[in-house]
Design a protein around this ligand. Structure first.
Ligand SMILES: [Fe+2]
Length: 373
């Protein structure tokens, strides 16, 4: 999507920022991908931000407006009085509806490609697979936008194909935050696409069995990393792609399987897939609450932080949560407020202000963030 620099004086509510805006002392005022409201434009003026880039349409270079389907959670009047949540509003945007369609088609194509790779030689299929990923990526403005969209993409049956595509896309997000080259990024995306290929050999009724698994079924499921590695081993693929299939359930503290590897014994790309895999598992299967609140996801990662590569995990948590500064939230005591400050030591517990009170959640553990509103 094209971008254009605009003077703050000429900004209109509904336009969408295409870059982060900072004060001259380097404090973040708004994130890229924010739908502007009158309040936000005032805030930019107040902090003397002279101009920012906004998204414009490819055809006539007019600013794109999100006003009809306002994604903004920042406007004073938009505190979710109609009961809609942040993710409800994401789901109503035109971009999301188009994204969902592209995603559906790409997952369909990917499904046959993944089955092909089990049977045929890999090189051609690999290019086709990467093309499907590029297709989906071209529908999103930036990494965080993509994560928001994925959060909303529930309701497909959550089988191996969709999960693998999600993990590949999340790997792409993490890889771009690590500034990987295009070639490395492709390899990492392939790690994501193929990590669970071993599950194709497990009967689907066992994978989606709702009740408790028998010991044999459990063992069969736990064999999928090894099975996947065996499928990929003879193929002409980067070693890291094969290892990601084998190692994505290994954990940094040695608590994973199949080989209880720890620390740097686990290939770097496998550690990235591990985080993407867990993130997708946490945010999927949430039929009853569309989109798990990102702060709960981060809180879970914080509790389990020993299990992941610390620098990767910190980067992932920091970059995801940074997007929600200025967002309105509902607290567990019923109060509604806005996130104003992130605590770098406990990212899941920021400072929230309401009309009358300031909550420093890093000091008060009796209150949690329930949802984004
Ligand atoms: Fe897996």
């Amino acid at each position: 999507m094209k971008q254009k620099k605009m003077l703050t004086a000429n900004l209109k509510p509904g336009m969408i920022s295409a870059e982060n805006a900072y004060t001259y002392t380097n404090h973040l005022v708004i994130q890229s991908n924010t739908t502007l409201t009158a309040d936000i434009i005032d805030k930019l003026k107040y902090y003397a931000v002279k101009s920012i880039k906004v998204y414009v349409s490819d055809e006539n270079e007019e600013p794109i407006s999100d006003s009809a389907t306002d994604l903004s959670v920042n406007s004073a009047s938009g505190l979710g009085e109609d009961g809609s949540t942040y993710f409800d509003r994401v789901q109503q945007t035109k971009q999301f509806i188009e994204f969902k369609e592209t995603f559906g088609k790409s997952v369909e194509n990917f499904k046959s490609q993944l089955n092909d790779i089990v049977l045929k030689s890999s090189s051609e299929v690999v290019d086709d697979m990467l093309r499907e990923v590029d297709n989906i990526l071209s529908q999103t403005r930036n990494s965080l936008h993509l994560l928001d969209m994925l959060q909303c993409l529930r309701g497909f049956d959550d089988m191996t194909y969709m999960h693998s595509m999600n993990v590949a896309l999340i790997c792409h997000v993490i890889g771009s935050w690590l500034n990987l080259s295009k070639e490395e990024l492709n390899t990492l995306v392939l790690c994501g696409l193929l990590h669970d290929i071993g599950k194709l050999r497990i009967p689907p009724e066992i994978i989606s069995k709702p009740g408790k698994l028998t010991d044999d079924e459990f063992e069969l499921i736990r064999s999928h990393p090894k099975t996947g590695y065996d499928i990929l081993r003879p193929k002409n693929l980067d070693k890291r792609v094969k290892l990601a299939a084998l190692q994505h359930h290994e954990r940094f503290d040695g608590s994973g399987y199949p080989h209880h590897l720890s620390g740097s014994e686990v290939e770097y790309f496998s550690s990235i897939v591990a985080i993407a895999d867990v993130y997708d598992a946490m945010t999927s299967n949430r039929v009853y609450r569309k989109g798990m609140c990102p702060f709960k996801v981060i809180a879970t990662f914080e509790q389990e932080q020993k299990m992941y590569d610390p620098s990767l995990l910190y980067l992932f948590m920091n970059r995801t949560i940074e997007a929600y500064i200025n967002t309105n939230v509902l607290l567990s005591n019923g109060d509604k407020g806005k996130i104003v400050l992130l605590n770098q030591n406990i990212l899941s517990r920021p400072v929230v202000i309401t009309d009358t009170k300031t909550y420093d959640l890093s000091k008060d553990f009796s209150i949690n963030i329930e949802t984004l509103i």
